[in-house]
Design a binder for this molecule. Structure first.
Ligand code: SF4
Length: 344
């Protein structure tokens, strides 16, 4: 059983809200006036994320299941969440099995499946099915997409201020982009907070980092990776998967089908390599950190990245929430030294 029987306090979960464990076409539930909350952010930002992991283990989850899955399961079992949307195609089989264990306890469940390999017609049909399940239409979801466009454009500006003007830190970039998967549960408040942040960031002096880095992979479970790197003169100017989650309008999509076809995350490593290559060049990166999650099948993509990306890359692994462990810190420092030496 958990060491403490009292779970960490959480913000109250609105009874009508739906939890998500992976990025979904958010425009659809929002068009149906449903509130959506990303459980990943709730889990990792709680006062004691490990509590939820221990609860999952106490209920039989194997330790060889990744900490995100165990944590999300523990959270779903604890937080009084009655409805959820799961991605059943294009995510991972662990998510699918977690959903199956939770089904009896959930009052409302929706699913969305990205067609793998990506196919326009299949995705369009799946979006229509998803909209119908919510009692809305794809046309209404497209209208919601147009309403959300200024927020996505503001996020693109935040990203540009990160890599082009160096006025936004890699940690701030990461936080804002991962928060865009559900717009903080309230798009209007999110938009106002984002505009305030951008006004402050634009007034800052530009930083002058010695190195420009990208972080690849699922969002790191360690809490201080970006801060650790930036304290050593290495600015993180590219957060690969968080940028995908946020669907920035620096590559405007005409329709929702276009938007979710351009989203690389569900479709295997090939589209990711294309996206990473383009951003490495555009952002003039000196090196990449490939973050991998212990017990995640995506770790295997490291082989492809090493074969396909012609840029120095360090692969690190995280397991539990918390700061970087001493070995990882040492490896990061050695990697930065090598990059400094390459610069001469
Ligand atoms: S880290 Fe990997 S195994 Fe864990 S939920 Fe994400 S994709 Fe699945």
């Amino acid at each position: 059983m958990p060491e403490s029987t009292t779970p960490p306090s959480l913000p109250p979960f609105p009874p009508d809200a739906l939890g998500i464990t992976s990025t979904i076409p958010l425009e659809v539930p929002l068009a149906a006036s449903r509130r959506v909350i990303d459980l990943n952010n709730l889990f990792v930002r709680s006062a004691d994320p490990s509590w939820f992991i221990r609860r999952a283990e106490a209920e039989g989850f194997p330790r060889t299941c990744c900490s995100w899955i165990r944590g999300l399961y523990g959270l779903l079992r604890t937080a009084g969440i009655e409805g959820a949307i799961f991605v059943t195609g294009g995510d991972c089989s662990n998510t699918h099995a977690m959903m199956e264990t939770l089904l009896p306890a959930l009052r409302t469940v929706f699913t969305f499946s990205f067609p793998v390999p990506p196919a326009r017609e299949a995705l369009h049909l799946e979006l229509e099915r998803f909209a119908a399940a919510f009692g809305t239409t794809l046309a209404a979801a497209e209208a919601m997409s147009r309403r959300l466009a200024p927020i996505r454009a503001a996020l693109a500006e935040l990203d540009r201020l990160t890599w082009q003007e160096l006025r936004v830190t890699g940690a701030e970039n990461h936080q804002w982009l991962v928060s865009a998967s559900d717009f903080g549960g309230d798009p209007d408040t999110f938009a106002r907070d984002l505009e305030r942040f951008l006004a402050t960031a634009r007034a800052r002096p530009a930083r002058r980092p010695a190195l420009r880095l990208g972080v690849l992979g699922v969002p790191p479970i360690m809490t201080d990776l970006h801060i650790f790197l930036e304290a050593r003169g290495a600015a993180v100017v590219y957060n690969e998967i968080p940028r995908q989650f946020a669907m920035l309008d620096d590559q405007p999509a005409a329709t929702l089908t276009d938007r979710y076809l351009a989203y690389t995350y569900p479709y295997g490593v090939g589209p990711r390599v294309t996206d990473i290559r383009r951003e490495v060049e555009r952002r003039r990166l000196d090196g990449l950190i490939h973050y991998t999650q212990a017990f995640c099948h995506r770790q295997i993509h490291d082989i492809v990245f090493r074969r396909e990306l012609a840029i120095p890359m360090l692969t690190i692994e995280g397991e539990a929430p918390g700061p970087c462990d001493p070995r990882t810190r040492l490896r990061l420092e050695s990697f930065l030294e090598i990059l400094h030496e390459r610069q001469g």
